[in-house]
Design a binder for this molecule. Structure first.
Ligand SMILES: NC(=O)c1ccc[n+]([C@@H]2O[C@H](COP(=O)([O-])OP(=O)(O)OC[C@H]3O[C@@H](n4cnc5c(N)ncnc54)[C@H](OP(=O)(O)O)[C@@H]3O)[C@@H](O)[C@H]2O)c1
Length: 266
């Protein structure tokens, strides 16, 4: 059999780009999808908007036509939305879900029948620590990642009999274009959330700007893809961030909330 083929969404920048580079170096045939369609010397770029049904189905059909198979998919396309939950319009909240949740679902819908017919494959979904811990002033970003987590858990039971493995990768804070691409919601002139929101946003942006290197996520993704039975979840990030995930699982929630407030900037 020739090289394994992987479709990576969100490959034009950040985590998806680092994953595409590392996987190409590790011997995968990588097709890196994004709206910009950027390519690199090591992998081919493809223009794909994960918000758009036709764009995703056409892109996946093109990969299959060119390579004859798809062995894995990494859904990393995403962006962030900041603002008080109360002040976030339904339109902005839906747009956030359109990419972060429905975008990943669209890609899985297009690729899964191919993986099943081939007798197996890997689905890796880029979640976040925010998919396990609700982040203040990023309610709909967190909600989109919580949705992805529930979807992936359910999907995993259904596709495991076909040899298809699903893994959620949960990064902490990483320095990428994510910070500069974050959209913020419009606020009214008499804004009761101003002080608290600004403090939380400064905290989150500082954590990202001083975050870890996205190549660390790529190492984890490569390991997941190389494991016969990969874990359902793989967290990656600074020790304190990963400790937060363990604390949430083990502590009474009221205690966890009390301890988390400082780190979350509230
Ligand atoms: N950075 C962090 O601290 C962090 C932490 C946890 C989780 N994550 C998750 O990691 C993933 C990647 O984020 P990142 O940090 O690498 O951000 P990034 O540097 O801004 O990269 C985002 C990527 O997503 C693509 N994208 C956005 N909307 C798209 C759409 N509608 N269709 C196709 N591609 C789209 C962008 O490409 P185009 O603009 O060319 O389309 C870009 O390649 C996201 O799912 C994010 O939620 C990031």
């Amino acid at each position: 059999m020739g090289k394994k083929v992987i479709l990576v969404t969100g490959a034009s920048a950040g985590i998806g780009g680092a994953c595409a580079d590392r996987l190409a170096q590790a011997g995968w045939t990588v097709i890196g999808a994004s709206r910009r369609g950027t390519s690199s010397g090591a992998w081919r770029g493809m223009t794909m908007n994960v918000d758009d049904d036709d764009s995703v189905s056409q892109g996946v059909a093109d990969v299959l036509a060119e390579h004859g198979r798809i062995d894995a998919v990494l859904a990393s396309a995403g962006w962030g939305l900041a603002g008080a939950a109360e002040q976030t319009s339904i339109g902005d909240a839906k747009a956030q879900f359109e990419t972060n949740f429905w975008g990943a679902v669209r890609v899985v819908h297009a690729v899964l029948p191919i993986l099943r017919r081939q007798g197996g494959g890997k689905i890796v979904l880029m979640s976040s620590i925010a998919g396990q811990i609700g982040i203040p002033y990023q309610a709909f970003y967190s909600a989109s990642k919580f949705a992805l987590e529930g979807y992936a858990e359910s999907l995993a039971y259904e596709v495991e009999p076909f040899g298809v493995h699903v893994t959620l990768v949960e990064p902490g804070n990483f320095t990428t274009d994510f910070t500069m691409s974050r959209r913020t919601v419009q606020v009214p002139s008499d804004d009761p959330y101003e002080t608290a929101r600004d403090k939380a946003i400064v905290t989150m942006e500082g954590d990202e700007v001083h975050g870890a290197d996205p190549r660390d996520v790529a190492k984890v993704v490569e390991r997941v893809l190389g494991t016969a039975k990969p874990p359902r979840r793989a967290s990656v990030g600074k020790a304190a961030e990963r400790a937060g995930l363990i604390a949430k699982r083990l502590m009474p929630f009221a205690l966890f909330e009390r301890l988390a407030r400082g780190g979350l900037g509230v």
